[in-house]
Write a protein that binds this ligand. Structure first.
Ligand code: 3EB
Length: 329
Protein backbone atom coordinates (compact mmCIF):
# COMPACT_ATOMS: atom_id res chain seq x y z
CA UNK A 1 0.00 0.00 0.00
CA UNK A 2 1.35 3.44 -0.90
CA UNK A 3 1.88 5.89 1.93
CA UNK A 4 -1.10 8.20 2.29
CA UNK A 5 1.12 11.22 2.57
CA UNK A 6 3.57 11.70 -0.29
CA UNK A 7 6.25 14.24 0.55
CA UNK A 8 8.68 15.60 -2.00
CA UNK A 9 10.99 18.52 -2.69
CA UNK A 10 10.40 19.98 -6.13
CA UNK A 11 11.86 22.84 -8.16
CA UNK A 12 8.54 24.59 -8.69
CA UNK A 13 6.94 27.82 -7.63
CA UNK A 14 4.44 27.87 -4.76
CA UNK A 15 1.58 29.08 -6.96
CA UNK A 16 2.18 26.40 -9.59
CA UNK A 17 2.24 23.69 -6.92
CA UNK A 18 -1.03 24.95 -5.41
CA UNK A 19 -2.80 24.55 -8.78
CA UNK A 20 -2.88 20.79 -8.19
CA UNK A 21 -6.08 19.76 -6.33
CA UNK A 22 -4.48 16.71 -4.69
CA UNK A 23 -1.99 18.92 -2.85
CA UNK A 24 -2.59 19.15 0.90
CA UNK A 25 0.20 21.62 1.64
CA UNK A 26 3.00 23.54 -0.03
CA UNK A 27 5.92 24.80 2.07
CA UNK A 28 8.04 27.61 0.71
CA UNK A 29 11.23 28.74 2.47
CA UNK A 30 12.60 32.16 3.33
CA UNK A 31 9.19 33.88 3.52
CA UNK A 32 7.19 35.08 6.53
CA UNK A 33 4.43 32.72 7.72
CA UNK A 34 2.22 35.82 7.81
CA UNK A 35 2.39 35.95 3.98
CA UNK A 36 0.36 32.75 3.37
CA UNK A 37 -1.97 33.15 0.40
CA UNK A 38 -4.37 30.32 1.29
CA UNK A 39 -4.88 27.47 3.80
CA UNK A 40 -2.64 25.00 1.96
CA UNK A 41 0.22 27.49 1.67
CA UNK A 42 2.76 27.38 4.51
CA UNK A 43 5.61 29.88 4.10
CA UNK A 44 8.47 29.06 6.48
CA UNK A 45 10.80 31.91 7.49
CA UNK A 46 13.95 29.75 7.46
CA UNK A 47 16.13 30.38 4.42
CA UNK A 48 17.16 27.54 2.18
CA UNK A 49 20.91 26.91 2.03
CA UNK A 50 20.95 24.96 -1.23
CA UNK A 51 21.45 27.30 -4.18
CA UNK A 52 18.51 25.82 -6.11
CA UNK A 53 15.19 26.78 -4.50
CA UNK A 54 12.61 24.03 -3.91
CA UNK A 55 9.19 23.77 -2.32
CA UNK A 56 8.11 20.91 -0.06
CA UNK A 57 4.86 19.40 -1.31
CA UNK A 58 2.48 17.14 0.64
CA UNK A 59 0.18 15.14 -1.63
CA UNK A 60 -2.65 12.83 -0.63
CA UNK A 61 -5.55 11.18 -2.38
CA UNK A 62 -9.15 12.31 -2.47
CA UNK A 63 -10.80 15.66 -2.09
CA UNK A 64 -8.98 18.33 -0.06
CA UNK A 65 -11.15 20.69 1.99
CA UNK A 66 -9.91 23.84 3.69
CA UNK A 67 -11.14 26.10 6.47
CA UNK A 68 -10.12 28.05 9.55
CA UNK A 69 -10.46 27.90 13.34
CA UNK A 70 -9.57 31.06 15.27
CA UNK A 71 -6.22 32.07 13.70
CA UNK A 72 -5.46 28.51 12.57
CA UNK A 73 -6.05 27.49 8.96
CA UNK A 74 -6.42 23.87 7.92
CA UNK A 75 -6.52 21.59 4.90
CA UNK A 76 -7.75 18.03 5.12
CA UNK A 77 -8.48 14.95 3.07
CA UNK A 78 -10.44 11.97 4.40
CA UNK A 79 -7.39 10.51 6.20
CA UNK A 80 -5.45 13.46 7.59
CA UNK A 81 -5.36 17.16 8.43
CA UNK A 82 -2.64 19.76 8.07
CA UNK A 83 -3.16 22.69 10.45
CA UNK A 84 -1.18 25.94 10.31
CA UNK A 85 -1.01 28.74 12.85
CA UNK A 86 1.06 31.92 12.62
CA UNK A 87 0.63 34.25 15.59
CA UNK A 88 1.86 37.83 15.28
CA UNK A 89 4.19 38.24 18.26
CA UNK A 90 3.65 42.02 18.26
CA UNK A 91 0.20 41.31 19.74
CA UNK A 92 1.61 39.47 22.77
CA UNK A 93 3.55 40.53 25.86
CA UNK A 94 6.17 37.81 25.45
CA UNK A 95 6.91 34.36 24.03
CA UNK A 96 5.48 32.60 27.07
CA UNK A 97 2.02 34.07 26.46
CA UNK A 98 2.17 33.69 22.67
CA UNK A 99 3.14 30.03 22.99
CA UNK A 100 0.41 29.32 25.53
CA UNK A 101 -2.22 30.97 23.30
CA UNK A 102 -0.93 29.10 20.25
CA UNK A 103 -1.19 25.74 21.98
CA UNK A 104 -4.64 26.58 23.38
CA UNK A 105 -5.80 27.21 19.82
CA UNK A 106 -4.14 24.00 18.59
CA UNK A 107 -5.77 21.98 21.41
CA UNK A 108 -9.22 23.51 20.81
CA UNK A 109 -8.88 22.90 17.10
CA UNK A 110 -7.84 19.26 17.49
CA UNK A 111 -10.64 18.51 19.97
CA UNK A 112 -13.33 19.25 17.39
CA UNK A 113 -11.43 17.96 14.35
CA UNK A 114 -12.29 14.57 12.78
CA UNK A 115 -8.52 14.07 12.89
CA UNK A 116 -7.89 14.83 16.56
CA UNK A 117 -4.59 12.94 17.07
CA UNK A 118 -1.50 15.06 16.37
CA UNK A 119 1.23 12.94 14.73
CA UNK A 120 3.83 15.67 14.43
CA UNK A 121 4.04 19.38 15.29
CA UNK A 122 6.63 21.76 13.81
CA UNK A 123 7.45 24.93 15.77
CA UNK A 124 9.45 27.82 14.31
CA UNK A 125 10.31 30.33 17.01
CA UNK A 126 11.86 33.74 16.16
CA UNK A 127 15.03 34.54 18.11
CA UNK A 128 14.89 31.16 19.87
CA UNK A 129 18.17 31.62 21.80
CA UNK A 130 17.55 35.24 22.86
CA UNK A 131 17.35 35.94 26.60
CA UNK A 132 19.42 34.58 29.47
CA UNK A 133 18.85 31.45 31.54
CA UNK A 134 15.20 30.62 32.12
CA UNK A 135 14.22 33.78 30.23
CA UNK A 136 15.58 32.32 27.01
CA UNK A 137 12.95 32.42 24.30
CA UNK A 138 12.94 28.63 23.78
CA UNK A 139 12.51 27.96 27.49
CA UNK A 140 9.61 30.43 27.64
CA UNK A 141 8.11 28.77 24.59
CA UNK A 142 8.29 25.43 26.47
CA UNK A 143 6.59 26.98 29.52
CA UNK A 144 3.68 28.29 27.44
CA UNK A 145 3.30 24.97 25.63
CA UNK A 146 3.37 22.99 28.88
CA UNK A 147 0.77 25.28 30.51
CA UNK A 148 -1.64 24.90 27.58
CA UNK A 149 -1.19 21.14 27.44
CA UNK A 150 -1.53 20.73 31.22
CA UNK A 151 -4.96 22.35 31.12
CA UNK A 152 -6.51 19.10 29.93
CA UNK A 153 -3.92 16.46 30.64
CA UNK A 154 -6.60 13.82 31.24
CA UNK A 155 -7.57 13.73 27.61
CA UNK A 156 -4.04 13.88 26.22
CA UNK A 157 -3.44 11.54 23.34
CA UNK A 158 0.12 10.17 23.06
CA UNK A 159 2.71 12.93 22.59
CA UNK A 160 3.39 13.91 18.99
CA UNK A 161 6.78 14.00 17.36
CA UNK A 162 8.01 17.60 17.13
CA UNK A 163 10.55 19.99 15.74
CA UNK A 164 11.38 23.31 17.44
CA UNK A 165 13.78 25.51 15.51
CA UNK A 166 14.68 29.20 15.58
CA UNK A 167 13.46 31.55 12.86
CA UNK A 168 15.27 34.86 12.25
CA UNK A 169 14.85 37.29 15.17
CA UNK A 170 13.37 39.82 12.70
CA UNK A 171 10.46 37.47 11.91
CA UNK A 172 7.19 38.56 13.54
CA UNK A 173 5.35 35.25 13.57
CA UNK A 174 5.48 32.33 15.96
CA UNK A 175 4.69 29.52 13.54
CA UNK A 176 3.23 26.13 14.38
CA UNK A 177 2.00 23.57 11.90
CA UNK A 178 0.88 20.02 12.40
CA UNK A 179 -0.18 16.76 10.84
CA UNK A 180 -3.10 14.96 12.52
CA UNK A 181 -5.05 11.76 11.92
CA UNK A 182 -8.16 10.08 13.36
CA UNK A 183 -6.27 7.39 15.30
CA UNK A 184 -3.28 7.72 17.62
CA UNK A 185 0.15 6.75 16.35
CA UNK A 186 2.75 4.65 18.11
CA UNK A 187 5.31 6.68 20.03
CA UNK A 188 8.94 5.74 19.51
CA UNK A 189 11.60 6.84 22.00
CA UNK A 190 15.35 6.70 21.47
CA UNK A 191 17.17 4.25 23.78
CA UNK A 192 20.29 6.48 23.49
CA UNK A 193 18.43 9.52 24.85
CA UNK A 194 16.51 10.53 27.95
CA UNK A 195 12.87 11.04 27.02
CA UNK A 196 12.48 14.78 26.45
CA UNK A 197 9.70 15.17 29.02
CA UNK A 198 12.12 13.78 31.64
CA UNK A 199 14.89 16.29 30.93
CA UNK A 200 16.42 17.59 34.19
CA UNK A 201 15.72 21.11 35.51
CA UNK A 202 18.95 22.59 34.08
CA UNK A 203 17.36 22.84 30.61
CA UNK A 204 14.45 24.99 31.74
CA UNK A 205 11.45 25.34 34.07
CA UNK A 206 9.22 23.05 31.96
CA UNK A 207 10.40 20.11 29.89
CA UNK A 208 9.84 19.98 26.16
CA UNK A 209 6.80 17.78 25.43
CA UNK A 210 7.34 15.57 22.40
CA UNK A 211 8.11 11.99 21.43
CA UNK A 212 11.30 11.25 19.49
CA UNK A 213 9.23 9.79 16.67
CA UNK A 214 5.71 8.70 15.82
CA UNK A 215 4.59 5.80 13.66
CA UNK A 216 1.53 6.92 11.76
CA UNK A 217 -0.81 4.40 10.19
CA UNK A 218 -3.36 5.47 7.61
CA UNK A 219 -4.99 3.41 4.89
CA UNK A 220 -3.00 0.30 5.83
CA UNK A 221 0.37 1.97 5.22
CA UNK A 222 2.76 3.25 7.85
CA UNK A 223 5.02 6.27 7.87
CA UNK A 224 7.56 7.26 10.49
CA UNK A 225 7.63 10.90 11.55
CA UNK A 226 11.01 11.71 13.08
CA UNK A 227 11.32 14.58 15.55
CA UNK A 228 14.10 17.12 15.38
CA UNK A 229 17.12 14.94 16.19
CA UNK A 230 20.34 16.50 17.43
CA UNK A 231 23.71 15.59 18.92
CA UNK A 232 22.35 14.63 22.33
CA UNK A 233 23.16 11.47 24.28
CA UNK A 234 21.29 10.93 27.52
CA UNK A 235 20.30 14.56 27.98
CA UNK A 236 23.71 16.10 27.24
CA UNK A 237 24.98 17.82 24.11
CA UNK A 238 27.93 16.00 22.51
CA UNK A 239 30.79 17.54 20.45
CA UNK A 240 31.66 21.17 19.82
CA UNK A 241 31.96 21.02 16.03
CA UNK A 242 29.35 20.68 13.34
CA UNK A 243 30.79 17.64 11.53
CA UNK A 244 30.85 15.48 14.67
CA UNK A 245 27.38 16.71 15.62
CA UNK A 246 26.06 15.65 12.20
CA UNK A 247 27.50 12.16 12.75
CA UNK A 248 25.95 11.96 16.23
CA UNK A 249 22.57 13.22 14.98
CA UNK A 250 22.57 10.52 12.30
CA UNK A 251 23.48 7.88 14.91
CA UNK A 252 20.37 9.04 16.77
CA UNK A 253 18.22 8.92 13.62
CA UNK A 254 19.47 5.37 12.94
CA UNK A 255 18.83 4.39 16.55
CA UNK A 256 15.24 5.66 16.24
CA UNK A 257 14.73 3.75 12.99
CA UNK A 258 16.03 0.58 14.68
CA UNK A 259 13.66 1.11 17.62
CA UNK A 260 10.74 1.60 15.22
CA UNK A 261 11.66 -1.66 13.44
CA UNK A 262 11.85 -3.44 16.80
CA UNK A 263 8.37 -2.19 17.79
CA UNK A 264 6.89 -3.19 14.43
CA UNK A 265 8.77 -6.51 14.23
CA UNK A 266 9.72 -5.47 10.72
CA UNK A 267 12.77 -4.79 8.56
CA UNK A 268 11.34 -1.30 7.87
CA UNK A 269 11.52 1.68 8.27
CA UNK A 270 15.09 2.05 7.03
CA UNK A 271 16.98 5.01 5.61
CA UNK A 272 16.80 3.63 2.06
CA UNK A 273 12.96 3.70 2.12
CA UNK A 274 11.13 6.53 0.40
CA UNK A 275 11.37 9.62 2.50
CA UNK A 276 12.64 13.10 3.06
CA UNK A 277 14.98 14.70 5.55
CA UNK A 278 15.17 18.32 6.63
CA UNK A 279 18.57 19.39 7.84
CA UNK A 280 18.84 22.53 9.99
CA UNK A 281 22.20 24.28 10.19
CA UNK A 282 22.93 27.11 12.65
CA UNK A 283 25.91 28.66 10.85
CA UNK A 284 25.42 29.05 7.07
CA UNK A 285 29.22 28.86 6.63
CA UNK A 286 29.06 25.23 7.80
CA UNK A 287 26.55 24.22 5.12
CA UNK A 288 29.12 22.78 2.70
CA UNK A 289 30.65 20.63 5.40
CA UNK A 290 27.29 19.36 6.67
CA UNK A 291 26.32 18.44 3.13
CA UNK A 292 29.59 16.56 2.50
CA UNK A 293 29.29 14.57 5.73
CA UNK A 294 25.65 13.66 5.09
CA UNK A 295 26.42 12.50 1.56
CA UNK A 296 28.59 9.80 3.10
CA UNK A 297 25.85 8.72 5.55
CA UNK A 298 22.56 8.89 3.60
CA UNK A 299 21.56 7.05 0.40
CA UNK A 300 21.31 9.38 -2.61
CA UNK A 301 17.62 8.71 -3.16
CA UNK A 302 16.58 10.13 0.22
CA UNK A 303 15.44 13.64 -0.69
CA UNK A 304 16.64 16.37 1.63
CA UNK A 305 16.61 20.11 2.10
CA UNK A 306 19.08 22.26 4.06
CA UNK A 307 17.69 25.21 6.00
CA UNK A 308 19.36 27.91 8.07
CA UNK A 309 17.89 27.62 11.54
CA UNK A 310 19.04 28.11 15.11
CA UNK A 311 18.77 25.04 17.30
CA UNK A 312 16.97 25.29 20.64
CA UNK A 313 20.13 24.82 22.74
CA UNK A 314 22.92 27.29 22.07
CA UNK A 315 25.54 24.51 21.93
CA UNK A 316 23.63 22.51 19.29
CA UNK A 317 24.87 23.36 15.79
CA UNK A 318 22.66 21.15 13.66
CA UNK A 319 19.47 19.10 13.80
CA UNK A 320 17.72 16.69 11.42
CA UNK A 321 14.08 15.69 11.07
CA UNK A 322 12.23 13.67 8.50
CA UNK A 323 9.39 11.51 7.26
CA UNK A 324 10.22 7.94 6.18
CA UNK A 325 7.88 5.37 4.62
CA UNK A 326 7.62 1.97 6.32
CA UNK A 327 7.52 -0.18 3.18
CA UNK A 328 5.27 -3.20 3.33
CA UNK A 329 3.79 -2.51 6.77
C1 3EB B 1 16.74 17.67 21.80
O1 3EB B 1 17.05 16.55 21.43
C2 3EB B 1 16.62 18.73 20.73
O2 3EB B 1 10.87 21.43 22.04
O3 3EB B 1 9.55 20.48 20.59
C3 3EB B 1 14.00 18.58 19.37
C4 3EB B 1 12.72 18.40 18.85
C5 3EB B 1 14.20 19.45 20.42
C6 3EB B 1 11.64 19.10 19.42
C7 3EB B 1 10.68 20.68 21.07
C8 3EB B 1 13.11 20.14 20.97
C9 3EB B 1 11.84 19.96 20.48
O4 3EB B 1 16.50 17.95 22.96
C10 3EB B 1 15.55 19.68 21.01
Amino acid sequence: MNPVLQVSYEKRGVDAALQDDSVLAVFGFGASPLSATEARHVPVALAQLDPEPVVEIWRTSGVVRTGSWEQLTWARCDKMTMGHLALDLRLFDDMHHASRRAYEIVQDFLRQSPHHCPMKIWNYVPGINEGEGDEECYRQFCVGRAEALAADLAEQPPMPAATAIGAPASEHALQIYLLATAWPGINVENPRQVNAWHYPRQYGPRSPLFSRGTLMRANGARQFLISGTASVIGHETQHDNTADQVHESMRNVNSLLAEARRLLGSTHPALGDAGVLRVYVRDPLEFGQVKRVLETLIPDDVQRVYLQGDICRIDLLTEIDGIIACDGA
